[in-house]
Design a protein around this ligand. Sequence first.
Ligand SMILES: Cc1cc2nc3c(=O)[nH]c(=O)nc-3n(C[C@H](O)[C@H](O)[C@H](O)COP(=O)(O)O)c2cc1C
Length: 191
Amino acid sequence: MSVDTFEAIFTRRSCGRLLDPAPSGDDVRRILEAAAAAPDHGCMKPFRFVVLAGSAKDEFGHVLADAYTARCAERGVPVDPDALDKERTKLGRAPLVVVVGAVRQEARKVPWEEQENAAAAAAENALLAATALGYGSMWRTGDPAYDRRVKAALGLSADDAIVGFLYLGSAPRTQAQRVPDLAGLVTEWTP
Ligand SMILES: Cc1cc2nc3c(=O)[nH]c(=O)nc-3n(C[C@H](O)[C@H](O)[C@H](O)COP(=O)(O)O)c2cc1C
């Protein structure tokens, strides 16, 4: 990492609108190597990464819009044109999006929750690596993350999980370090 680990942790901040330049090819590779280095019970490699860049992002917007329309039909609610447009264009909020999935595997010792946790750890590693390389980021989910049609378009089955859509790009400004207050979060257990 090009910056101190703690600096990356404390300066990482969700940025809703990310700009060009997107992470370079080498940087995307480094970010995904960091992701795949996450703790992984049983070394099952449950995480999968799907990179959406350029026109593929626009095409995937149609997948999101169609899935929204199908969800409305299933729920028996009318399609909201603004919401439909948001689904179609939301990937435009960053020049690059990496979808982090978790592929469900049968393993007696490693419950599915832990496989998902490993993929979540991979997602956080990716965000920290992106921060260390000077990029802005944002982890998003929402209804599409739980939609079997969106999963299928990404090569995942309905039983697999989309852990997050990681939006990556350049942030308009660098962030000051923010160290959380631990008040109320920590106790020392005593018998
Ligand atoms: C599993 C997960 C899902 C998230 N999904 C969304 C989302 O759908 N929309 C959103 O605005 N932020 C989402 N976030 C980002 C959080 O809102 C954000 O991390 C939080 O507000 C704290 O801000 P920070 O990242 O700048 O520390 C998600 C974060 C996680 C860990």
